[in-house]
Design a protein around this ligand. Sequence first.
Ligand code: C2G
Length: 130
Amino acid sequence: DTTVITFGTFDVFHVGHVRVLNRAAEFGDRLLVGVSSDQLNLAKKGRRPVFTQDERMEILTNIKVVDGVFLEESLELKRQYVEEHQADILVMGDDWAGKFDFLNDICKVVYLPRTPSVSTTAIIEHITTI
Ligand code: C2G
């Protein structure tokens, strides 16, 4: 059995998110998603996500291809999460290209192209300017 793992904030869940999850799931038999915590977003991006970590995890739990969800509390814990969940493949969007290659001693690392012209930031901007 092949376990795939991926990470993200998945705030204001949109079609770019569902596509990357569907494509990630095709790499294995089981897809696990690490959802970045509110605290991690506050620290790294200076703001809280629109939806809380509990809401974002609830949405992801209900996505067809997602088999399990856990909280990602630090970007630096990737190795620990991969080991803990015995993941065989780490899939990330190519905005992270190269960033997790150091993990290829314990798992395969794959970067997938992002869906063009859709982002949480653009959605927030759009709503703000209505
Ligand atoms: N994504 C995509 N196409 C878009 C937007 C997002 O393929 N138009 C993908 C991203 O590449 C990522 C996933 O959707 O693989 C989640 O995106 P974000 O929520 O922006 O994740 P991010 O905040 O970059 O993750 O360890 C990583 C951290 O959890 C942060």
